[in-house]
Write a protein that binds this ligand. Structure first.
Ligand SMILES: *Cc1c(COP(=O)(O)O)cnc(C)c1O
Length: 432
């Protein structure tokens, strides 16, 4: 019998993977808590929550139980002209925990589609109100997904290069990180006019852009300024949602409220694909009319899939439990202590943390980009030692499921220290 990796290689094309040079994929047979169990008996601590989706651990029995009950009751139903309890209940439970101006929930399948829907709502809002606007402002190095609209509002880089001719124009301002606030505000002011339809941001933490972090006060100021020209604000909380930043949503750190929000990833606790776009009553009302031309013509075959909504409800039960709240605080405190421990390391720069996300740059004097060799070195080094981390270029980050134990966290920290020691030695060698 041919091995699973070779069978995979014969038929499958993996995401974000150069198939010619990538090593064979690792077959995972089982997951439990923060652990992944491979076919060959090796284990991995999932220190990045499987691309930031997992909140409560793999194959969580409570979520599994709820989803399997739902699977035997109603697996799916068309969502135009029909509805079901899990979709209604999820919307009823989400709205009260989101910023208080959010009034309606629109379902889709993933983070990119949640962003697409937010953009379409924003553009059509201006169309429906008879004052079409075409300017969108986004942050440099933003990531909002891989579909065309989501790519268009993301930062332009090597990932989007082949598609640039097909992406709509967007105006960029730098992320308002500490020290650059005045420059960012000046650039924003220069872009503001009556044609600005929307500002889109990943609030407080830009994920794929390298875990770039900035403060709530400056984001509030950006929101206030774009509002002076009536523009809408879109908060893409696909990564930051559901407790990642230390509060339930990053938007809860703000006094200003977004007009539209995009959620996915942690929404189902990482169990299955589901996206949510929420909006204010004012946006929703701009689509109400006797005329069908004002309808939001958007939908997906699996809109509001009952299994996914059920997984989301079960995940919410767990997320809102006192145990999870305590765990988030425990992880944040452990991260802070580890941050202090590595801050003075000669290969470490710019240690930063927000809630359960800890990130820092590795600096060895090499050119830094996603494509540099430090990334591959660090990735392999940690993976061979049973820790799954996926550096973003020279940015190393830990973003664990909330159920990760202290022992598992220690193991992750220790492996990172080993990596730093190895890099430090190679630095010394290079300088001799
Ligand atoms: C991952 C991500 C997306 C895209 O979500 P997918 O489910 O991968 O399509 C959008 N926005 C942000 C901020 C993300 O981190």
């Amino acid at each position: 019998m041919t091995s699973l990796p070779s069978r995979d290689k014969a038929v499958i094309w993996h995401p974000f993977t150069q198939m010619q040079t990538a090593p064979l994929p690792i077959p995972i047979v089982r997951g439990e808590g923060a652990m992944l169990y491979a076919e060959d008996g090796r284990t991995y601590i999932d220190a990045i929550s499987s691309w930031w989706v997992n909140l409560h651990g793999h194959a969580h029995p409570y979520i599994a139980e709820k989803v399997s009950e739902q699977l035997r009751t109603l697996e799916h139903v068309i969502f135009a002209d029909f509805t079901h309890r899990p979709a209604v209940e999820l919307a009823e439970r989400l709205l009260p925990i989101l910023p208080s101006n959010q009034a309606k929930v629109f379902y889709s399948d993933n983070g990119s589609t949640a962003v697409e829907v937010a953009l379409k709502m924003a553009f059509q809002y201006w169309h429906n109100t008879g004052q079409p606007r075409t300017k969108v402002i986004a942050l440099e190095d933003a990531y909002h997904g891989d579909t065309f609209g989501a790519m268009a509002v993301g930062g332009r880089n090597a990932f989007t290069a082949p598609f640039v001719p097909f992406l709509f124009d967007v105006e960029y301002i730098p992320a308002p990180v500490a020290g650059r606030e005045d420059e960012v505000l000046a650039k924003l002011d220069a872009l503001l006019d009556e044609n600005v339809a929307a500002l889109i941001v990943e609030p407080l933490v830009q994920g794929s852009g390298g875990m770039v972090m900035y403060e709530p006060a400056i984001l509030d100021e950006l929101f206030r300024r774009v509002r002076t020209v009536g523009a809408l604000v879109i908060a893409d909380e696909v990564m930051t949602g559901f407790g990642r930043t230390g509060r339930l949503f990053a938007s809860h750190y703000l006094t200003e409220k977004p007009d539209l929000m995009a959620l996915s990833k942690g929404l189902t606790g990482g169990t299955m694909a589901l996206g949510v776009t929420t909006c204010t009553g004012a946006i929703y009302e701009a689509f109400l009319s006797e005329s069908k031309f004002k309808t939001l013509f958007h939908g997906h075959s699996f809109t509001a899939n009952p299994l996914a909504c059920t997984a989301a409800l079960a995940s919410l039960d767990l997320t809102l439990s006192p145990e999870t709240a305590a765990s988030m605080e425990r992880i944040a405190a452990r991260h802070a202590a580890f941050a202090a421990q590595i801050a003075g390391n000669p290969v470490v720069r710019n240690v930063r943390q927000r809630g359960t996300i800890l990130a820092f740059d590795i600096h060895t004097g090499e050119q830094t980009s996603y494509f540099n060799s430090i990334r591959d070195t660090a990735y392999s080094f940690l993976r061979e030692r049973g820790v799954l981390m996926r550096p973003l270029g020279n940015v190393l980050y830990i973003l664990p499921p909330y159920c990760i134990t202290d022992e598992q966290l220690n193991e992750v920290y220790e492996r990172v220290i080993e990596l730093l020691e190895m890099l430090e030695k190679s630095l010394v060698v290079k300088n001799e």
